[in-house]
Write a protein that binds this ligand. Structure first.
Ligand code: ADP
Ligand code: MG
Length: 696
């Protein structure tokens, strides 16, 4: 019983046979605890019953043999300019040559040291008079006796430098046999039996102490998937606990048939899209219940999220509550303010705007927020200040939520007794990822653009075609448009040979665009400098804005009709999509030109072509995740994607979906002791990234 809680922390040193030296080797592989060892799975299995003698193998057969190294040598074929490595091995019946062509010399030299005993599998072919195996899979054995003791199916573990397979196998087996019983599913056995999944225990046993069924690839994958499922289930169950915990709180029950809500649609100059209607319905359901709303609204730039936010504001106001709408920068906040203000102004309701450094005006605004005269206030971080007090805050809306920290989101919520919250983001992410990052929120998606929106014409150009790109820019300028030109670097770098914004701004101003006003915007500028440039651009006092990726998400410059992105191969697809979203916000057809290096591989070129084919942010995000993995995707680095031991979000999305469903099925069936254990384990594993600490 005592061991039960500890196995996750107990160091590998506790296993018999593991001294400081071996422990260090394990550490290099990220194996620190006994639990780590138990989850370190074989990547291959060898069926000992099919091991043959060298004399028995025939040409063309996929054979498994055990043989001793006699000689080995690197070889060089001058005509083919090819390096290779050869070894001769033998058993008591004959000898065979091994050949490798992509040579990792130190590794092969070590493997093929004279007298080493190798377990070899591969296709046997004829080479002149001799038999050979090209690129065999080889496992170094301790001695012949080692194999004789083993029977049936032998697990082969991923290589750990400096550790022989036999030693590794014995240690892991030790660990598993002595401690494996402490590894338990988070699902109690009775419950596990009622679900149509493999048994957790059985999966572990089969993988470490295999029988012949494991040779079948699908059977083996089923067992591995069970372990992945287990980990995802732990994760999803703990998120669900957090979600339920938040929902238990007593929120506000909003009635949604008030005057503003009714007038809302007549106040719009357009028809809502179906996606917007659906989202508004979801918000209404949340608001019309006692549990506090915790909803995330995901939708591409321009998909019309703000309108949904206005609809929910109407409901809050109808019920006599105030609304706080927070955006991460002044430009964005002001933009939102103008939209919201215009809408409510038509209905005869005042909206306030609060930002930093406001001077005298500030105190009167603060007063009217406190007394409740002001119903809707839009602002930046300025809303977070202590002296901003609400009379009756019922709804908090946060735009570009990932730009705020957990603390900041908490502070604004604490300005009301238990306000409903709607957070918004213009960074579409794949569903699998959303289940992980936003698992504790209810997610709404706007996956449809308002009718009549023109697709942004997108084209990949190669190096030589820069001048053509600039000609297209000039055409846009001539017809009254403005342009963005994006570079990957702020200034010259000694490390990489890439164009940079500073130099190019100067150069373009002197040459191609000498008759135009060229501006510069990059991340090393102070934020008020940046704002100044953006305002100049907004007012059309700048024609061409040379910049890095700092241009705001969500910034609305309807007059900008072309964006050129240099070295576009350096950016992720999601990021390119975000950048492209800076244009195409007005009525005119906009253009996006992706300049890339001619030297790109076919795959890299194909990747960029995705941008030519689609403007659907979710589709692009899926593709991006598939190509680069979830960790590298735009803007997600900070959000902390939890580490999964065996699971891979790109590959195992379906398992995550199942885990989520199962979590919902089982949560109410778990005892409070079991729930506590789940919480503890999840916290220990992913503490920071999933913020389970918010559970009081
Ligand atoms: P987001 O916040 O998602 O980037 P906005 O809410 O700012 O998008 O909307 C972008 C533009 O589209 C705004 O000018 C808005 O008035 C307009 N818009 C929103 N919904 C619709 C719709 N259903 N039909 C036409 N135009 C719309
Ligand atoms: Mg918006």
């Amino acid at each position: 019983m005592e061991k039960e809680n500890d196995i996750t922390k107990e160091p590998v040193r506790c296993v018999k046979g593991v001294g400081p030296k071996i422990a260090a080797l394990f550490r290099q592989k990220g194996l620190n605890t006994i639990e780590d060892l138990c989850y370190f799975l074989p990547n291959r299995y060898v069926d000992k019953r099919v091991i043959k003698k060298i004399r028995e193998v025939t040409e063309g057969e996929n054979a498994l043999i055990v043989a001793k190294v006699v000689t080995s040598r690197p070889v060089y074929f001058p005509r083919a300019r090819r390096r290779a490595f050869e070894a001769t091995v033998q058993d008591e019946t004959g000898s065979l040559t091994l050949r490798w062509f992509h040579v990792v010399l130190p590794y092969l030299k070590g493997l093929c040291t004279k007298d080493n005993i190798l377990l070899l599998s591969g296709k046997v072919t004829r080479f002149g008079r001799n038999m050979q195996m090209v690129h065999p899979e080889a496992v170094l054995l301790e001695n012949v006796a080692e194999l004789e003791e083993l029977q049936g199916i032998i697990p082969v573990y991923p290589e750990i430098n400096g550790l022989k397979q036999g030693t590794l196998r014995i240690i892991i087996k030790q660990a598993f046999i002595n401690y494996g019983k402490c590894l338990r599913s988070i699902i109690p056995t009775v419950l596990e039996n009622s679900l149509t999944i493999k048994r957790f225990k059985e999966a572990l046993v089969k993988l470490h102490c295999p029988d012949e069924t494991i040779i079948n690839f699908e059977t083996r994958q089923d067992y591995i998937n069970r372990l992945i499922f287990e980990e995802y289930l732990l994760f999803q169950t703990s998120l669900l606990m957090k979600k339920r915990y938040v929902k238990q709180g007593k929120g506000i029950f909003f009635v949604n048939n008030g005057a503003y809500r009714k007038k809302f649609e007549t106040g719009l100059s357009f028809e809502l899209t179906n996606a917007q209607r659906k989202v508004i319905r979801e918000i209404e359901e949340d608001m019309g219940s006692w549990s506090p709303m915790n909803r995330l609204l995901q939708g591409d730039v321009g998909s019309g999220k703000t309108v949904c936010a206005i609809a929910s504001s109407c409901i809050a106001i109808d019920n006599g509550y105030q609304v706080a709408f927070m955006a991460p920068t002044e430009i964005l906040a002001e933009q939102q303010y103008l939209t919201i203000h215009k809408f409510f102004d038509n209905m005869g309701l005042a909206v306030s705007y609060l930002r930093g450094n406001m001077g005298k005006e500030r105190s009167s605004i603060i007063d009217s927020i406190k007394t409740g005269i002001i119903k809707v206030v839009v602002g930046t971080h300025a809303l977070l200040q202590d002296d901003v007090e609400f009379n009756k805050l019922g709804l908090v809306i946060i735009d570009e939520q990932h730009r705020f920290g957990v603390m900041q989101r908490k502070i604004i919520k604490q300005k009301g007794p238990c306000p409903d919250t709607l957070v918004m983001t213009a960074t579409p992410i794949p569903r699998t990822l959303s289940m992980v990052i936003y698992g504790d929120l209810d997610v709404s998606v706007i996956n449809e653009m308002p009718a009549g929106r023109q697709k942004i014409w997108t084209k990949v150009f190669f190096d030589g075609e820069n001048q053509t790109a600039f000609k297209l820019v000039e055409e846009e300028l001539k017809s009254g448009g403005q342009a963005f030109i994006v570079y990957p670097l702020v200034e010259e770098s000694q490390k990489v040979d890439l164009l940079n914004a500073k130099n190019m701004a100067m150069l373009l101003q002197k040459t191609v665009f000498c008759d135009r006003k060229v501006g510069l915007l990059h991340g090393r500028m102070k934020s008020d400098e940046k704002e100044k440039v953006m305002v100049l651009f907004q007012k059309r006092l700048i024609d061409v804005l040379v910049c890095t990726t700092v241009i705001e998400v969500g910034i609305d410059i309807p007059n900008a009709t072309i964006i050129v992105i240099e070295h576009s191969e350096r950016f992720g697809l999601s990021q390119l999509h975000q950048l492209r979203g800076r244009v195409g916000r007005g009525l005119k057809q906009s253009k996006c030109i992706l300049v890339a290096s001619e030297k790109l591989t076919a795959i890299a070129k194909q990747r960029l072509r995705v941008m030519e084919k689609t403007t659907d942010g979710f589709q692009i995000a899926e593709e991006d995740m598939r190509l680069r993995g979830p960790g590298e995707m735009f803007g997600l680095k900070q959000s902390g994607i939890p580490d999964f031991r065996l699971g891979n979000l790109v590959r195992d999305g379906d398992i995550m979906t199942n885990a989520k469903k199962t979590a919902e099925q089982i949560l109410s069936k778990l005892s409070s002791k079991e729930l506590n254990q789940i919480k503890e384990r999840a916290e220990q594993k992913w503490g920071d990234s999933v913020n389970l600490s918010e559970i009081a």
